[in-house]
Design a protein around this ligand. Structure first.
Ligand code: TRP
Length: 331
């Protein structure tokens, strides 16, 4: 039996460079390793909490599905599916709630951040908190445990959630005997935080992101707007800056060395940014073309998902049957 690698992304916004270099690229790389069985999915039910309209759900789901494929996900090597199509996930979620201490959920970062913000504003602690937010980590545990996942490649921000899934698996196994595979997160340590246009972490909440597949002209405009210091055009520049950090993501070693030299000798920010645009665009263009193709031929994407869902369902049913038996609701 091969070990299972599983990861999901929630469709809550247009995928940006931070998503790609933070998680997607590594996840795709892992899926090329024949040693593992891979399950990559769209966490649409996890997005429910942050989305305001059904149109947003449809659109961000479409963008994310096309993004996975454009970035190289191969449905022959990966079981690719929508979380919402696997009803067994919800069943497992309910069962897991019964072995999950409330105190564990009280410690979840996302929930705690809401509570702290409420307190700071003198509001009721749980103001605006619904049970979808509160139980978010339990659904995530169900996502992971349903497919017997061993490794879960995620960004640093999801580390606690995977740890909680591990705790929940252990609670379940302690009560009912070994039933669920105990998962472990895979966080690529060497990847520094991807900076946004203003030098802070690239994030939708800061509005400083560069969309992965925006049009060329927009990409150029955004790159030209990256925040820089006030060194004069001919002065040497520190490579500890957002422009150079972006270069590192896109450029070959050779090109990077060249750029380092130019920085030391003095290159204007405008020229450095122009070179960055050329390099980034060259890197992104083939993926962008694929992305545009899938956006225009979305029925092909749905077909791939449906194929994946058949496989995912089969595994999900096996797990649920095993779980139902050990808890005593089925013989
Ligand atoms: N919470 C993850 C995010 O914010 C998405 C997610 C849902 C996930 N279920 C998962 C990731 C299971 C890994 C494994 O993007």
């Amino acid at each position: 039996m091969k070990q299972v690698v599983l990861t999901g992304i929630k469709p809550t916004g247009t995928p940006h460079l931070g998503n790609y270099f933070g998680v997607i690229r590594d996840a795709i790389k892992m899926s090329e390793n024949e040693e593992f069985d891979n399950y990559y999915f769209i966490a649409d039910y996890h997005a429910l909490n942050s989305l305001k309209t059904k149109e947003d759900m449809k659109f961000y789901f479409k963008e994310l599905a096309c993004t996975w494929l454009a970035c190289g996900l191969d449905p022959k090597k990966v079981v690719f599916y929508r979380q919402s199509r696997i009803a067994e996930d919800q069943e497992l979620c309910w069962i897991l709630m019964n072995v999950t201490p409330k105190g564990l959920m009280d410690r979840a970062h996302a929930y705690k951040a809401c509570v702290d913000a409420n307190k700071a504003m003198g509001k009721d602690e749980d103001d605006g908190v619904n049970m979808g937010l509160y139980n978010y980590p339990i659904l995530m545990a169900a996502d992971i445990l349903l497919f017997n996942s061993k490794f879960v490649p995620v960004g640093q921000d999801q580390k606690q959630h995977v740890e909680m899934a591990r705790d929940i698996a252990k609670y379940f196994n302690k009560k009912y005997g070994y039933t669920l595979v105990v998962p472990q997160e895979k966080i690529k340590e060497s990847v520094a935080t991807i900076e946004g246009l203003d030098g802070r972490k690239m994030s939708k909440s800061y509005g400083n992101q560069i969309p992965l597949f925006c049009e060329e002209s927009k990409l150029k405009k955004l790159i030209m707007s990256i925040k820089t210091d006030s060194t004069l055009p001919t002065e040497p520049k520190s490579t500890d800056c957002t422009v150079f950090k972006f270069f590192k993501l896109f450029a070959s070693e050779e090109k990077l060395a060249e750029m380092e030299k130019k920085f030391a000798e003095g290159i204007s920010w405008a020229d450095a940014k122009k070179e960055l645009f050329e390099t980034a665009n060259q890197f992104l263009k083939p993926m962008r073309d694929k992305y545009n193709y899938y956006m225009e031929n979305f029925d092909e994407v749905i077909k791939m998902l449906e194929e994946g869902e058949k496989v995912a369902k089969k595994v999900a049913k096996e797990t649920i049957l095993r779980v139902r038996k050990v808890i005593g609701v089925e013989d």
